[in-house]
Design a protein around this ligand. Sequence first.
Ligand SMILES: Cc1cc2nc3c(=O)[nH]c(=O)nc-3n(C[C@H](O)[C@H](O)[C@H](O)COP(=O)(O)OP(=O)(O)OC[C@H]3O[C@@H](n4cnc5c(N)ncnc54)[C@H](O)[C@@H]3O)c2cc1C
Ligand code: FES
Ligand code: FES
Length: 1343
Amino acid sequence: MEVIQDLSSSGNDSLVFQVNGERFEVAEVDPSTTLLEFLRSRTRFKSVKLGCGEGGCGACVVLLSKYDPLLKQTDNITVSSCLTLLCSVNGCSITTSEGLGNSKDGFHPIHQRFAGFHASQCGFCTPGMCMSLFSTLVNSENSKLTVSEAEKSITGNLCRCTGYRPIADACKSFAADVDLEDLGINSFWKKGDTKEAKVGKLPAYNPKNHTCPYTEVPKDKNKSTSLLNSEKHSWFSPVTIEDLQSFLHYEMVENGKKIKLIVGNTGNGYYKETEKYDKYVDLRYIPELSMVRMDNSGIEFGATLSISKAIFHLKEQIKANLGSGGALVLEKLAKHMEKGASGFIRNSASLGGNLVMAQKKYFPSDIATLFLAVGCSVSILTGHTHEKITMEEFLGRPPMDSKSVLLSVHIPFLEPKIVDGLIQISSRLLFETYRAAPRPLGNALPYLNAAFLADISCNKNGVVINSVRLAFGAYGTKHATRARKVEEYLVGKILSVGVLNDAIKLVKGDVVSEDGTSHASYRSSLAVSFLFEFLNSFTSVGSSDLLNGSLVNGDNSSKGNWTLLSSAKQVVESSRDYYPVGEAMPKFGAAIQASGEAVYVDDIPSPQNCLYGAFIYSSKPLARVKGISVKSTEFTAIISAKDIPKEGENIGCMAMFGSEPLFPGDISRCAGDVLAFVVAETQKDANLAAKMAIVDYDTEGLDTPILTVEDAVEKSSFFDVPPYVCPAKVGDFSKGMDEADHKILSSEIKLGSQYYFYMETQTALAVPDEDNCMVVYSSSQNPEYTNRAIAKCLGFPEHNVRVITRRVGGGFGGKAFKSIHVATACALAAHKLGRPVRVYVDRKTDMIIVGGRHPMKITYTVGFKSTGKITALHLDILINAGITEDMSPVMPHCIIGAFKKYNWGALSFDVKVCKTNHSSKSAMRAPGDVQGSFIAEAIIEHVASFLSMEVDSVRSENFHTYESLKLFYEGSSGEAIEYTLSSIWDKVARTSSFVQRIASIKQFNNVNKWCKRGISRVPIVHQVSVRPTPGKVSILSDGSIVVEVGGIELGQGLWTKVKQATAYALSTIGCDGTEDLVEKVRVVQADTLSLVQGGLTGGSTTSESSCEAVRLCCNVLIERLTPLKEKLHKEMDSVKWDFLILQAYYQNVNLAANSYFVPESRSSQYLNYGAAVSEVEVNILTGETRILRTDIVYDCGQSMNPAVDLGQIEGAFVQGLGFFMLEEYLSNSDGLVVSDSTWTYKIPTIDTIPKQFNVEILNSGNHHKRVLSSKASGEPPLLLAASVHCATRAAIKEARKQLKSWGAIEGTDSTFQLEVPATMPIVKQLCGLDNVEMYLKSLVSQS
Ligand SMILES: Cc1cc2nc3c(=O)[nH]c(=O)nc-3n(C[C@H](O)[C@H](O)[C@H](O)COP(=O)(O)OP(=O)(O)OC[C@H]3O[C@@H](n4cnc5c(N)ncnc54)[C@H](O)[C@@H]3O)c2cc1C
Ligand code: FES
Ligand code: FES
């Protein structure tokens, strides 16, 4: 039984709360301090992670228990601790993931199931995920969680590693209505287990035992409180309006103080205010502001009521008013409100805060649009003046002044129109709301939202519109507006095609985005689509068939019914040849990742005297930096090139082809170039100082910057590609072209960039050590190169630097080289100041400075036969590499490697690596390969369109034979038996019922106007190289084993495979008691002085080479142990492992062995194969693409750990999905990244992955030249996501065909470029921004 703390304050004005049962009393704190800052810097609870600091990722989610005086109950809600202010948790109890359970007291079943369902890879998102699920679980009605609630619980949590499917399974396993058959691969069940056995084997969850122990909080609070009352800081919580009035009057009017009104503080996630306030006023304790009042006229909500609570009360009201027109309105309001933000934001975000943000700061609010449509009113208090005004007046007024307080909002109960005291016979209220957003449920602001209310009746002539209110918002306007002209036009009209047509013309005049709004014409087309859909729905009212049948097929309107992941299947075949290699073991450390105990770099407690750094970067592409001034006074030093010691060099990174400077010198080379490193006493002060830095630029006498690849060509600005990484051409291009029946000349493709979005941003901690040494903890995929760079920069011998990396919270290539600058900057500052220095780069800076994937421009010329067989192809590729080389010279090799997946006949190319004034691009998961593979598909699609052939048959036509494979891939093609692509190709067609589904899609498209489906099957060939890697295995006296490897654990399961390989290799000694040897193995952190030549973790092969390195060590150990073992065997029947080791220990056998695995050059490169079939549905009214199903077959050789490989396949696929469909990494005209937050950069969430997601890992048997017969899985499956893009193109083709049938001329060609990513605006544009107008026109011309 937990002891509940007394949460009353000992002093008058200190704040008191508990965290995981520990009482905290704080007397002095800056009121702008967030709960996350406090937890991470002043408690031992580090499970709350900082992923974004703006409410957009869920890594920081905690459970907040607080008393609700209105409902007289304790609320247990999730909140984002990065936005919740510490003072607002006074009297509350906070539970973090380690509070639910931990390695000492036992893990919570949520932790255990996350581990067992393989739902944690890098683990950085996992504690937040667990808390989101936990709160849904404890709040589910009668403790009966449903599958849908379980999945929805994590819609606002981002994970960049897993692809969400296993997380969904872990969540669903707690649902009362779960079908166990639907749950995927896990470590609990064995094949053939009965349902009962399965239930029995899941870690038991008992709502009684596993409720949160820390939820007891003090009840009523009816005294105004002041916290932290000092000259510097104060936080006031009034409990009456009078208190509030007199406080505001006294402090603001009389004393001229700057006051900040606070409710949930979530607004700061968007505005990121850095202004300092004298006093903070928490409005939540004034009963009038949190009340819910109901009468005949409607519901009144106090302004501080949270959005979640408002939804709850709306739903309660719906239950009470079943069937009435008003209830319909309330239901739709609640449903729409559930799509805004995420659960943990809605729980603390207030209605009032939202409306004030919409009114004062023009926030693109959903709620303002909804309330405008239903005719709400608001009450405002200014000084002593109370006002009640309509929502329209409220929004239309000049911004509220800081003395005004929004008190409440009134939602009227709406009923159909009453004429002469009687309800009209056929009068009906219709209300509908709309929202088009990149992620339907997963926390994304809409391109446009709308809410429409109409009162209609039927007479003999048709549907009459008695009244109508049409509200539109978030479309690039200051606030939500009503489409007045359309409303006026429609009133009294009988609905007809002509009326619809006129209304749609008018709405385009009413809904106009302000200048500079992105996708303005798309937003305008959405207004048309939604209005069309709404008005058209009237035709289903009443009996008359008004418009010759329904315009919109009811089942596929733009609203859709969102189901999340509906099913998934995983087929894996374990091989026991090298047991325990081949077993689907849970990832090592998954449970401590879930509980949040796993230690990442920023979780290491700060050493005494520690300072914190932040980067000052350039916003100009090419400019002389005349000076940098920092307005803030709260910083210690600004470190720049001049601080590099005399013995050192200006080196920030050792990249693949040489070193790169830490600071650019006098001239900024690109926007995002790091100019200096400002150091302060706290991370917050350092960030603020960097933000407030003013850089004085001068461009006089400088060249114009090179901002495009075309500029680079003009100025011959290229990086050299060394001959040994140049890809080889194939055949004779001219001859191939001569053989062609048709030619496509100089067609173009452009591809953009992609940001890593690792959940843990770049981070390092540098600690000066004795004798001029430096210890650096770095979140890096490359500690060895980090060590070298730091030594060079400081002018130290390499052995004076020690770089330690335990685990990395996601890397995806972004921590291969880009992490090195970060660690070096810390080391330099630490060296200069003689104090430890650390940095945790904020998300915006990270997004601006790290570069990301290479954008490129491709021009191709292709010749082909009438059969679709391609005879010759030439590519010109211009790669935008940015300002430094990094790994860019190997990009041509990667692009062409994956491109060669088809037999192009003859292949020639010219690939240029352009040096531009953009941030330097680096390796991002499958760098070049994903572009190469995609370019191949785009060309195949083009050829198919040209010939009017099925794309799939053109693909098959150009498949490699083993002979042509050898020609294209030379040394890496392997043996004929290893070329499994043809069988994979057939297999995926069979398992996905490809042929049958093509037929049913055809049928679907024939009968559905506004949704079109497409399906596509895509193959991949991905070449990888195995690199040398060291290993070290040591056996301790008790038989436990410690392993070090060059590879870094990034979440990819490297440690788990290494443990399995060690156990396998040592078990070959043939002792008893080695079955569970794997439990005795611990892999420890990388330490550059303990294991040298660690190299880079990347390229998908570090796991296997690390396994091979430990196997070599184990072989040496076995050789040393065997004589003793044989001797003992003669003396006793059974020689146990522990006994053997103890004896060896006493007999001074050397129990540690080192190795350096160097692959044979002939087999160091090999090919990976896979294929995917994806089916999508495109809503051609909005451009939204849903992935209905994906089937993958992927050849892993003999998978070392099918669970780990499956995680890599699914995770890579979903990351690829982001690249192809969602993630726009945009820059301004100077090259400065503008997609710099979770608001503007949308990675996939659980609602955007395939609804049905089936993956089969092909066990392709023995590969003698591969490590334990295994093959890579980390990067190649990312390429398979092109299948979704291709399927989308197929669906768009159908839409364009239909558009043509409606009489359109433009935009109907079957040949078109579909950009990457194929976002909603792009898809809609290709389907016809005016498709509704064209359709209506065709109807008018028919009638
Ligand atoms: C990640 C994220 C996603 C979001 N997504 C959506 C979305 O999809 N759709 C949408 O509509 N909204 C969205 N929002 C906005 C969210 O609804 C608002 O941030 C929230 O409602 C503000 O409430 P709050 O209590 O946190 O306000 P606070 O942040 O405490 O206050 C916001 C502002 O209003 C002032 N203020 C607050 N209450 C009053 C009052 N009663 N009188 C006078 N001034 C007051 C404050 O001084 C401050 O300036 C999102 C927010 C986040 C963080
Ligand atoms: S860190 Fe709080 S939501 Fe991302
Ligand atoms: S496991 Fe989810 S972000 Fe890495």
